[in-house]
Design a binder for this molecule. Structure first.
Ligand SMILES: [Fe+2]
Length: 282
């Protein structure tokens, strides 16, 4: 059994996962990165090499931490999509360990945009794993300075520590994560720096959509700093061209087959006259 000792202002405990005292200082705990898995931890293998490791809607993170967090298993390397609000970091790490993965192999943490519910855990995950944090250049400053684009003033989780941004994305970049290739797609609309991550798994086109596309074409916020309805429509047209089979959104259920139909549904909703858009939010 291997123990990894964290010494600092923040701590996580693999044995008492409900405790996450990030408001407190002088807190020292150990984390079992390998060894016995917690029998209470249940996580979800969504499709081959992709796991849901965080998300309050699935009971994988505490109530209030609603962002889905996905793990990509590339073999010798791992990647995370989003980090949750911060409330669920210990649970996320537990879930990763429970599946038999060593969190220290996480090379990349892709942040789909800078809203607090997606980035609040990034600081701790970066500290724990030394992974690279990537976000679109349009929102990198907002994240590091916790600007208004992060919607931090609407957060009910208290203080957030911003991570250091290692890579400022433009869109179009490709990253290798072990045996998988990931492509960054800039999809402004929900926010100016929203990105989706595209990859192919077993011949299926998989799209991590953040808050840009949800199942059933549910519409996310687009009346917040940086959001733009025309950009949103254009981004959806480009995503539709990809004809994704699978979409893995930042909230709610994922779609495992013919996911492009859900993108089309959303685009159809956004193409009606504005006065009708506000009546069909779901
Ligand atoms: Fe968002």
């Amino acid at each position: 059994m291997i123990y990894f000792l964290i010494v600092g202002n923040h701590g996580f405990c693999n044995s008492c996962s409900l405790v996450f005292k990030y408001h407190h200082i002088h807190y020292v705990v150990s984390i079992k990165f390998l060894g016995l898995a917690n029998p209470w931890v249940i996580d979800v293998k969504v499709i081959s090499d992709i796991y849901l490791v965080g998300g309050g809607e699935y009971g994988l993170s505490p109530v209030g931490d609603w962002c889905n967090v996905y793990l990509i298993d590339g073999g010798d390397e791992l990647a995370l999509i989003d980090s949750g609000s911060g409330l669920g970091v210990s649970r996320i790490i537990e879930n990763i360990v429970s599946e038999g993965f060593d969190p220290r192999r996480i090379r990349y943490l892709f942040l789909t945009h800078s809203h607090f519910d997606h980035v609040g855990g990034a600081y701790f995950i970066q500290k724990l794993t030394n992974c690279l944090v990537l976000i679109h250049e349009n929102e990198a400053d907002a994240l590091e300075k916790l600007g208004e684009e992060t919607l931090i003033k609407y957060s009910n989780i208290g203080k957030i520590s911003p991570p250091k941004v290692n890579v400022r994305l433009k869109g179009g970049e490709e990253f290798r994560v072990g045996r998988h290739d990931l492509r960054v797609i800039h999809t402004p609309g929900h926010t100016s720096g929203s990105i989706c991550i595209f990859m192919e798994v077993d011949g299926r086109k998989v799209l991590f959509t953040g808050d840009t596309v949800f199942a059933r074409g549910r519409i996310g916020w687009f009346n917040t700093p940086g959001s733009d309805l025309n950009d949103y429509r254009e981004s959806l047209r480009r995503l539709l061209d990809l004809r994704p089979d699978v979409i893995l959104p930042g909230h709610g259920t994922f779609v495992l087959h013919n996911a492009f139909e859900h993108v089309k549904l959303l685009l159809d909703k956004l193409n009606v006259p504005w006065k009708f858009v506000i009546t069909i939010l779901d």
